[in-house]
Design a protein around this ligand. Structure first.
Ligand code: ADP
Ligand code: ADP
Ligand code: MG
Length: 626
């Protein structure tokens, strides 16, 4: 077994690899960029080496620096994680040439599977069923169009060098082909530096089924069953599960055999994933599942396979890289229960899933899940890397059990003020088709706003929030805000409450059958965070006397809720009298006037008619008249 390992990655996957290495008594070395100087993976490792600037191309993508760091620290092996250099055959070769152990497949296997067209050719030769399509050298638009016409629409144009859901265009009719091809090639050129494309039949009712395989240097290849990753947004996985719901033993045998055949065809060593697309219009059948591509690395969603098989895949990677045989034979592997993983992202579904960066002031993870993360409260989500906060992985006896566990965990997760997709995930778990495993890769897109807009909490939940805030006698209304919207609620009496005090944190929980909400005290006295349906809202008692308006004692007028400025009634330097209208704000389809708190002069004016403002933005400052 190797004694020391450098992890050429960051975030949750670096932490996850370090965890297993530790257990095996392997010394670990982290590498980090400027932005990651204080990152969790740096602290988790025995040693850490700074390798450059915050942009990945200035650090995590510079192979020579990483190899130099391994040499410097005496690390024997390099684990690439996923993303970054993990599927870069030249880097793998450079690691080997430097006399280090590469925790991954032979560079030749990476190359063989690196380009989607060459990989498909190779699979056809190995008798693995592939999606029907055109893989030719002739890339003239005329030829590609003719091939698409012959395949029959809809078709999918794919950049052969594509990955991460990029460089793909679905075309539904011949007249749209030329435009789609151009835009696909433009994206391929800028993302992958390679404009070559292939054309595939677009499978209707598509399900993404993938098989975890493992090979060693002694000629053994086993599979660790399948995962279903059909819950995707823009071709990127959001929820993954294992085993695939509705998979018959016959279909499983067919797809897993095809995966083993694929791995053997490229002399595969280590952990890999063979991805298939299934036509699930009439259930899953072995003869309607086709090879799509192979990912020659550990996959983001590997934990669901670990959950159902009891295997630590990183341990297997390290053993196999050290020259040991695969620890178990095929007949010693079996499936226990059902596992689901949800990817928690720092993004705002209500704003087109825009990444939400900033400091994670509050980050409280639930308890049922295995949480794979590289951040903690106080960490910063930077704009430089993938905005994944964590993966929540649950394991239940049945699929329904697993859904219930994940649902409960999402309803207890508190993240603030960074916006997340937790509410989106929560509603996805509640989707009727998801529940009955009527899965396909288009489900999320079809649901649209039903999944992306967090419904505001209902009266019952707010009643409890009111209780929590009761301690502030000045508050007669509550302000509920999300990143986008806000509304006010009058204080009403309530009849029941549940309190749980632990340390300095007061947690309120109401369990009303399927609906669970919980409240958490926020840093600022009197404010609370209300976690409802996965989404986190802030509840603020309104302390202003005489109605709405966020005036504070020093004459600063803050926006009481997010909204749009309808009109500005004053100008800088103007004298105003108490109660005079300063500006009008529209929020939640209602207009409200913000007024001067006392006689004085408009000292600062930050409001512009038509502008959108966030809650607590300083709009006007009035200074007292002497
Ligand atoms: P998985 O099935 O493991 O999610 P993906 O192909 O989606 O596989 O990619 C895995 C990781 O690699 C993701 O974190 C993704 O952001 C990153 N990644 C994949 N391809 C690219 C790419 N072309 N450029 C940048 N990052 C990529
Ligand atoms: P990437 O390298 O970006 O992961 P893939 O070839 O694995 O690219 O495809 C990504 C996703 O696109 C799949 O998971 C699936 O949802 C969809 N997809 C790919 N090929 C097809 C196809 N022929 N028909 C329908 N959907 C497809
Ligand atoms: Mg893929």
């Amino acid at each position: 077994m190797i004694n020391s390992l450098l992890i050429a990655n960051r975030g949750e996957i670096a932490c996850r690899i370090i965890r297993t290495a530790r257990q095996l008594g392997i010394r670990t070395v982290a590498v980090y960029s400027d932005a990651d100087a204080k990152a969790m993976h740096v602290r988790a490792a025995d040693q850490a080496v700074h390798i450059g600037g915050s942009q990945a191309r200035e650090s995590y993508l510079i192979g020579e620096r990483i190899i130099a760091a391994a040499k410097e620290t005496g690390a024997e092996a390099i684990h690439p994680g996923y993303g970054f250099l993990s599927e870069n055959a030249e880097f793998a070769q450079a690691v080997i040439d430097a006399g280090l152990i590469w925790v991954g497949p032979n560079p030749d296997s990476i190359t063989a599977m690196g380009l989607k067209d060459a990989a498909k050719e190779r699979m056809i030769a190995a008798n693995v069923p592939v999606t029907p399509g055109y893989l030719g050298e002739d890339q003239s638009p005329e030829r590609l169009q003719a091939e698409a016409d012959a395949i029959g629409y809809p078709v999918l144009i794919k950049a052969v060098a594509g990955g991460g859901g990029k460089g793909m265009r679905r075309v539904d009719a011949a007249q749209h082909f030329a435009d789609a091809l151009q835009s696909c090639q433009r994206e391929a050129a800028s993302s992958f530096g390679n404009t070559q494309v292939l054309i595939e039949k677009y499978i209707l009712s598509p399900r993404h089924i993938e098989v975890q395989i493992f090979g060693d240097r002694h000629g053994n290849v086993v599979h660790l069953f399948e995962r279903d990753c059909s819950m995707q947004r823009r071709h990127q996985k959001v929820i993954e599960e294992a085993p695939a719901p509705g998979m018959s033993e016959a279909a499983r045998a067919a797809v897993c055999d095809a995966a083993v055949k694929a791995a053997k065809a490229v002399n595969y060593v280590g952990a890999g994933t063979v991805e298939f697309i299934a036509d699930a219009s009439a259930g899953l059948h072995g003869d309607r599942i086709w090879f799509m591509e192979m990912n020659t690395r550990l996959q983001v969603e590997h934990p669901v396979t670990e959950a159902i098989t009891g295997v630590d895949l990183v341990e297997w990677q390290l053993r196999v890289a050290s020259g040991e045989p695969i620890p178990l034979r095929q007949d010693q592997l079996s499936i226990t229960g059902h596992a689901i993983e949800a990817r928690l992202y720092a993004e705002d579904p209500a704003r087109g899933f825009l990444p939400s960066t900033g400091k994670l002031e509050i980050l409280d993870f639930p308890t049922n899940s295995r949480v794979d993360t590289g951040v903690e409260a106080g960490s910063v989500i930077s704009p430089y890397y993938d905005p994944m906060i964590a993966k929540l992985i649950v394991h239940g006896e049945t699929r329904d059990d697993a859904i219930a566990l994940l649902r409960a965990d999402l309803s207890h997760l508190t993240v603030w003020p960074v916006r997340t997709n937790a509410g989106f995930l929560f509603r996805l778990l509640d989707d009727a088709d998801f529940r009955r495993a009527q899965l396909d890769t288009g489900l999320i897109e079809r649901r649209g706003e039903a999944l992306t807009i967090d419904p505001l909490p209902g009266a019952a939940d707010l009643t409890h929030a009111l209780y929590f805030l009761e301690q502030d006698p000045r508050a007669d209304t509550l302000l509920i805000t999300t990143g986008l919207e806000g509304f006010r609620l009058n204080r009403t009496p309530a009849t029941e409450r549940a309190v749980n005090v632990s340390g300095e944190r007061v947690t309120f929980e109401i369990d009303r059958g399927p609906i669970q909400s919980h409240f958490q005290q926020y840093r600022r006295e009197g404010d609370a965070l209300l976690v409802h349906g996965g989404a986190t809202f802030r509840v603020t008692p309104d302390r202003t006397e005489g109605g709405p308006g966020g005036a504070t004692g020093d004459g600063s007028i803050l926006s009481p809720m997010p909204g749009r400025i309808v009109s500005v009634e004053v100008s800088e330097g103007q004298a105003v009298t108490a109660g005079q209208k300063l500006l009008v704000l529209e929020a939640m389809k209602m207009e409200q006037a913000l007024t001067a708190p006392f006689d004085g002069v408009v000292e600062t004016l930050n409001a512009v008619a038509g502008a959108q403002v966030q809650v607590d933005t300083l709009l006007v400052k009035v200074s007292k008249a002497d």
